[in-house]
Design a protein around this ligand. Structure first.
Ligand code: SF4
Ligand code: SF4
Length: 87
């Protein structure tokens, strides 16, 4: 009996599912307080912290669920969770 070989053609991803509409609160960064340590990027469960050349650039709101982990972990308290529509 030939061995059964399973091949994964496409890795699992949530990239196509925009979960940002689940959010009631959104993270907003105060760039004056931010030291670009990227702790927020490391902890975000949705890969929604945008980083470019080692600097925090903002948030991918199309996928950010507003969990607030980034705000809780930020050592400089540079991220505030703001109610949607009240920014
Ligand atoms: S954790 Fe805070 S200080 Fe560090 S990059 Fe994120 S917002 Fe900036
Ligand atoms: S609120 Fe949650 S999902 Fe959104 S950027 Fe922060 S850690 Fe990521």
């Amino acid at each position: 009996m030939p061995a059964r070989i399973s091949v994964i053609m496409k890795p699992g991803t949530a990239k196509e599912y925009e979960t940002g509409s689940w959010r009631s609160m959104r993270p907003v960064v105060d760039k004056d307080k931010c030291i670009n340590c990227l702790v927020c990027w490391m902890y975000c469960p949705d890969n929604s912290v945008l980083v470019e050349k080692g600097e925090l650039k903002g948030f991918r709101y199309s996928h950010c669920k507003g969990c607030g982990i980034c705000a809780n972990q930020c050592p400089k308290k540079a991220i505030t969770m703001v109610e949607e529509g009240k920014e």
